[in-house]
Design a protein around this ligand. Structure first.
Ligand code: PEP
Length: 251
């Protein structure tokens, strides 16, 4: 049985004051969450604040990206050991915004997956097709290529130590959610693709859905057999909405 994970991706939002308020709000309502594991990924400079407020609670925290290197002359980058210094459990890798705006390739993302595991972090590995790719009927080809890059570089067993987030790019921040059926179809495909390499890994691996998930549509998405939680952008910035999605996982 896979425990659902609901993770908030705060992206480049917030101030120290608003981050404090959001963390306090999530903490105050977390007792309503009975089933899901919950995590938040604030901007890197606010990770110490997350650690200070969340240590000892049921809520985990993580980074939004990491370098493939563990230290050195890489201006502006954040290394895995630095995230570990602040007790991060998770790190998002391969988010479509990084793939698009920073030119991150499948190979680089696979190296980031390895860097995360080398440092004891659980990667939340994002994959997904653009609208153009969906409309040209190559969704499965795209997600297969993205998953295979990690399997080829890290091995399927290491892939199983992470979490996948299927995020159709056309649904991120657009208000357009994939229907539960559309999402389930791709999730089942991803799991079957991994099962070709290792059925046990495929069965145990959590595959989250991401893309305009909200309290109003979370329950029906999370009810699908291969949807094991959510990676939440916009709705994770309001404690009430984020907690609403977390409690939807109670069933
Ligand atoms: C995301 O950026 O990971 C995401 C799913 O964003 P949103 O929920 O805003 O679509």
């Amino acid at each position: 049985m896979r425990q659902p994970l609901v993770a908030g991706n705060w992206k480049m939002n917030g101030s120290l004051a608003s981050v404090r308020e959001l963390l306090a709000g999530i903490k105050a309502g977390i007792d309503t969450v009975k089933v899901a594991e919950v995590a938040v990924c604030p901007p890197a400079v606010y990770i110490p604040e997350a650690q200070a407020q969340l240590a000892g609670t049921a809520i985990a925290w993580g980074g939004q990206d990491l370098s493939v290197h563990d230290s050195g002359a890489y201006t502006g980058e954040i290394a895995g050991p630095m995230l570990r210094d602040f007790d991060c459990k998770y790190v998002i890798i391969g988010h479509s915004e990084r793939r698009t705006y920073h030119g991150e390739s499948d190979e680089l993302v696979a190296r980031k997956f390895e860097a995360a595991r080398r440092n004891g972090l659980v990667p939340i590995f994002c994959i997904g097709e653009t609208l153009e790719e969906r409309e040209s009927g190559v969704t499965e080809e795209v997600v297969a290529r993205q998953v295979d890059a990690v399997i080829d570089h890290c091995g399927v067993e290491m892939l199983g130590e992470g979490v996948i987030a299927y995020e159709p790019v056309w649904a991120i921040g657009t208000g357009k959610t994939a229907t539960p059926e559309q999402a389930q179809e791709v999730h089942a495909f991803i799991r079957s693709r991994i099962a070709e390499k290792n059925a046990t890994v495929a069965e145990g691996l959590r595959i989250l859905y991401g893309g305009s998930m909200k309290p109003g549509n979370a329950a029906e998405l999370l009810a699908k057999p291969d949807i094991d939680g959510g990676l939440i952008g916009g709705a994770s910035l309001k404690a009430e909405d984020f907690l609403g999605i977390c409690t939807a996982a109670n069933g």
